[in-house]
Design a protein around this ligand. Sequence first.
Ligand SMILES: [Fe+2]
Length: 195
Amino acid sequence: MGVFTVSEITKNDLIDLADEIKDEELRDKTVDLIEEFEISNEKMDYEKSDLDKIPCWIGGHHYYEGGLVEHVYSVTKICIELADNFDEVYGIVLDRDSLVSAALLHDLAKQFILKDLEGFRDYGLDHEVWISCELYSRDFPEKVIEIVMGHGGETREAMPKSDEARVLHHADSLDAELNNQGIFGGGAIFELQEE
Ligand SMILES: [Fe+2]
C-alpha cells in the first residue's frame, strides 16, 4: 500500500486559474500552452506525456500521479497570495499578469522529460531552459520569460532578477519542500498506491 493518493487537480483547474490574467492576449497564449503544448521547433522530436498523469519529479517532490498539475496549481495560488500581501502591506504592486502566467507555465516542459511514474526520457535541455525557449519562440513577453527562466534559483541555469521571479522561485521551493518533507510527513515517496 502506497503513501500517497492520486491528485484530484487537473489541467482544467490550471486553465481556470489563468482567468487571473487580465491581459487577454497573454491569457490566451498561456491557456494555449496548458491545453496543448506542441514544440515549435519541429527538429525537437519528443514524445509527450499526459499532463494530468505525470508526477513533478521521479523520487522527488509531488511524486505521484497528477503531482505536476497539483504542484503548479498550488504554486500559482501561493504567488497570487504573495502578490496580494505585498500590495496590502508595502504598497508594492507586482506585475501580477506576468507572475501568474509564469507560475502556470514554469514546469510544463516536464511533459517531455518525464515518461511516467518510473522513468525519464533521454533529454538534452533542462525544463526551465526548454520552456523559456518555447516562450521566446511564441513571442511571450520578455518579463514572463525572465520569471520562468529564474524559477530554479541561484543554483540553476539563471538567477531570478525581478521581484516577480523571486516570488515564483520561493513559492516553488516552499511548495516542493513542504510536499517532500513537511505536510506529508517527511521524505520522498518510495511506494506508490496500488491500483
Ligand atoms: Fe515547480
